[in-house]
Design a binder for this molecule. Structure first.
Ligand code: KG4
Ligand code: ZN
Length: 358
């Protein structure tokens, strides 16, 4: 089964063609990602109106390239999937409306995919990871620990009560005068800094729940920076290293709590799965390996280009849903907010078991 996937929820205009072959990993026939980073860089963050307009201008060409890279015409495609949220609503409207138009003219089923669900299922595209597994999703907009028990069966074990981890990296970078997006810049600076120079807090450490809080850490960093301003290059590197060390400690502590909750409710996870742009960070990846080892499971960390936003993950989630007979109607609404545990598998006869909670 071949599915075309469209992603426009943030600042990447992306489309891909993916083949679903039953059990086991899928096959990516094409994966076109057009980043809008240059359009937003001068503002230090994503500007929703600019993003929506850029999606309108780029999307047709990106889809055409995805089809031609895959060597397939629309006649060969079995379903059209688009991220229908959560995300910046202008962009979501562009992607979902385009997908509806294509589905209508090509007489193919539409699958409205939850963007977070697509991140959650990527490990099955790349590695065929069996259910249930524990997902650590950390991006610019989300920080969540999720029990992934089946398609449409997600239980959120922990989330951030304020900033997302990627957002904290981005804000730290902005504060220190580094470029956008901040995560990679902070990681580069951290590599030549002293992680022990500044004593930053580890918010939520030791709590039994698996929630995160990042805003206090960001504020503590700002106060330390203000104390020693003006900052030398070494100060910036030391601040970045101390911040990154604090974040990795927080991730370690919160994931331990999340995996303990997973064990209590669902037994041993078949894997710890990393998703979202923050998983690109090598120090965080190291921690994830360690945590997975401690929990007696394996770490599945999809390649970088599939951890960050892309069309292949949308196409794959669409294919997984389509395989279960889950399709959506043309009056499906775009959604700015759409928590992962509100995703259902309602259209299929198997829904009752797929949605079962313990
Ligand atoms: O998943 P993603 O591409 O987009 C969404 O937010 O949905 O994640 C982007 C986020 C940004 O906040 C970026 O700063 C962060 O991931 N990021 C990193 C690194 N690379 C990207 N954070 C820390 N270290 C990195 N190397
Ligand atoms: Zn994302």
């Amino acid at each position: 089964m071949l599915v075309l996937g469209i992603e426009t929820t943030c600042d990447e205009t992306a489309a891909a063609v993916v083949e679903w072959q039953g059990d086991g990993p899928g096959k990516i026939l094409s994966n076109v990602v057009l980043s809008q980073i240059n359009e937003h860089a001068m503002f230090g963050g994503v500007v929703p109106e600019i993003a929506a307009r850029a999606h309108v201008e780029a999307l047709d060409g990106v889809i055409a390239k995805a089809l031609s890279d895959a060597g397939r015409t629309l006649e060969r495609i079995d379903g059209i999937a688009a991220a229908a949220g959560p995300g910046l609503i202008g962009g979501v409207i562009v992607g979902l409306t385009t997908a509806k138009a294509i589905a209508l003219v090509s007489e193919r089923p539409l699958v409205a995919v939850n963007h977070l669900e697509a991140h959650a299922l990527t490990a099955r595209l790349t590695d065929g990871t069996p259910f249930p597994y524990c997902l650590f999703l950390a991006s610019g907009g989300h920080t969540q620990i999720v029990a992934v028990r089946g398609v449409g069966d997600y239980v959120r074990l922990g989330t951030t009560i304020d900033d997302a981890i990627g957002e904290a990296f981005d804000k730290t970078a902005k504060l220190l005068g580094l470029g956008y997006p901040g995560g990679p810049q902070v990681e580069i600076e951290a590599a030549r800094g002293d992680p022990n120079r500044f004593n930053l807090p580890r918010p939520m450490a030791g709590r039994k729940d698996a929630d995160f809080s990042l805003s206090g850490l960001k504020t503590a960093l700002r106060l330390e920076a203000e104390k020693i301003a003006p900052l030398s290059d070494q100060d910036v590197a030391d601040l970045c290293a101390s911040f990154q060390r604090a974040v990795t400690d927080v991730v370690m502590d919160r994931l331990r709590a999340g995996l303990a909750l997973f064990h209590d409710h669902y037994g041993a996870p078949r894997a710890l799965v990393a998703a979202g742009g923050v998983a690109a960070n090598q120090a965080i990846r190291k921690v994830l390996h360690r945590i997975a080892f401690e929990a007696g499971t394996v770490l599945v960390a999809p390649p970088l280009e599939l951890c960050t936003d892309n069309g292949a993950m949308i196409a794959w989630a669409g294919a997984e849903r389509l395989a279960l007979g889950l399709t959506d109607t043309l009056d499906t609404s775009p959604r700015a907010r759409w928590p992962l545990d509100n995703v259902s598998a309602h259209a299929a006869p198997a829904a009752a078991t797929a949605r079962r909670r313990v």
